[in-house]
Write a protein that binds this ligand. Structure first.
Ligand code: ASP
Ligand code: MG
Length: 441
């Protein structure tokens, strides 16, 4: 069995969904289980509509019109979606009345995109001669905790899932399962977080011990750099799990950062493919993938980060100062990416800008603090980084050539990831130079 996940752009319209059907058909002998996202733009529209409802306006009808248009394009009878449309109207009306949007109701409203797309796609497939049934993930045992906006399956969900799959998916039928959404034990709808359908796919794949998890999107696999910044970026044939995990985390937009964890734990290869060019082999991410001839695998970056620097002479020759510092950081729920220390200062980077702001008064008790915004963490990832001499010099030479100032740097022992902090405004200057030097020579 394999899990095939199709993202928003892959299911954006009838033209795209026809490609999906052809791809699924081509894999029929591998017993595919299909996980789908909402049609492109629908989740954003749902979230905007929920926010608009708090302010008293009604943006729900526009979404219903858009979804109806896609459904009609697929030849679906609109009765198929009538119950969901009614539920959505009720919910938005409720939000307008109470003028309040809790994380619980936000997940509930955001869930409609996948629930509608799965139904339309299964219906279309069936009329095209491939027997298919739509499932809300929870019908197949995807039961989560109540962490709205970043829910995760509860312990033991795998057992429920295996039982449900045997019981509910008829032989010869392809299941079309909602990505992104789940349900807690109280019967409330949850989501695993934005762009989370990848994660749903890998969780489902791991639970069912799939042979492979395929992530189908609109690029030829994972690229050496963001093609919008580096037009010459190319696809990476093989990646190790840890390389791909670093990249996903550091902003490579193809994979949700948490996607690889379940795959790593269960040792299931993840293949990233292009729905628009299914003949392209894409990227295979595995424990021991094939060889990579290049010293560096990829360049990724995460913008809009903040860097906090604390300076204190109290740090000098002291034991436990950093523990005190990180106790405050942890109390304010700040998710730290990079750390650099000197004898009298410590700098951390994080995307939790608001939490950092809130922590300032507490941190200032420990020393002098400076908080800087609009920073980018640039990550250069590759298995050979810790063992290739001169690579660090090459990287820094590129940054110098681009006329850009490095403000913080990190490379841990045995690390496959060198990170640099630069200004957001400098990304477009540095990344093409790095790419030319590390990939195109
Ligand atoms: N539809 C959801 C989102 O836009 C999940 C996904 O596309 O993976 O965030
Ligand atoms: Mg997506």
């Amino acid at each position: 069995m394999i899990v095939m996940k199709f993202g928003g752009s892959s299911v954006a319209s009838r033209t795209q969904i026809e490609k999906v059907l052809a791809v699924v058909r081509a894999h029929a002998s591998r017993d595919p289980l299909v996980v789908v996202s909402a049609h492109k733009g629908i989740t954003d529209a749902l979230i905007d509509a929920a926010r608009a409802a708090v302010a008293g306006s009604d943006a729900g009808e526009r979404i219903i019109a858009r979804q109806s248009e896609i459904a009609a394009g697929l030849g679906c009878d609109l009765e198929l979606l009538a119950p969901l449309f009614a539920e959505m109207r009720d919910l938005l009306r409720g939000i307008r009345l109470v003028k309040e949007l809790s994380p619980r109701s936000l997940d509930y409203i955001a869930s409609f995109g996948e629930r509608m797309s799965a139904r339309c796609i299964a219906d279309f497939f069936s009329r095209q001669g491939m027997s298919a049934t739509a499932f809300d993930s929870w019908e197949l045992g995807f039961v989560t905790d109540s962490n709205f906006g970043r829910a995760r399956p509860i312990e033991g969900f795998e057992i429920r899932m295996r039982a449900a799959v045997v019981e509910k998916i008829a032989a010869g039928t392809t299941a079309i399962i909602t990505g992104f959404v789940g349900m807690n034990e109280a019967g409330e709808v949850t989501t695993v977080g934005r762009n989370g359908s990848d994660l749903t796919a890998s969780l489902v794949g791991a639970a069912l011990a799939a042979e492979e998890v395929q992530i189908w999107s609109d690029t030829d696999g994972v690229m050496t750099a963001d093609p919008s910044v580096v037009p010459t970026a190319c696809s990476i044939a093989h990646m190790r799990f840890d390389e791909a995990a670093e990249l996903a985390y550091f902003g490579s937009r193809v994979l949700h950062p948490a996607t690889l964890l379940p795959a790593i734990r269960s040792d299931i290869p993840v293949r990233v493919m292009n729905t628009n060019r299914p003949e392209h082999p894409g990227t295979v991410i595995a424990r021991q993938p094939g060889p990579n001839p290049r010293p560096v695998t990829s360049i990724a970056y995460k913008e809009r980060q903040a860097v906090l620097t604390l300076t204190s002479v109290r740090m000098f020759e002291q034991v436990g100062f950093l523990a005190e510092f990180f106790a405050v950081v942890s109390r304010h729920a700040i998710d730290v990416d990079m750390i650099c220390t000197s004898e009298v200062s410590v700098s951390i980077s994080s995307y939790n800008v608001h939490q950092l702001e809130a922590a300032m008064p507490d941190l200032e008790r420990l020393g002098t603090c400076i908080l800087q915004r609009d920073k980018t963490i640039l990550a250069i990832v590759g298995q050979q980084l810790p063992t290739t001499s001169g690579l660090g010099a090459r990287i820094l030479q590129c940054v110098a050539e681009a006329g850009v100032n490095v403000q913080m740097m990190g490379l841990a022992m045995h690390s496959i990831n060198t990170t640099l902090v630069i200004d957001d405004a400098d990304v477009a200057k540095v990344v093409p130079v790095l790419h030319r030097n590390l990939f195109e020579t």
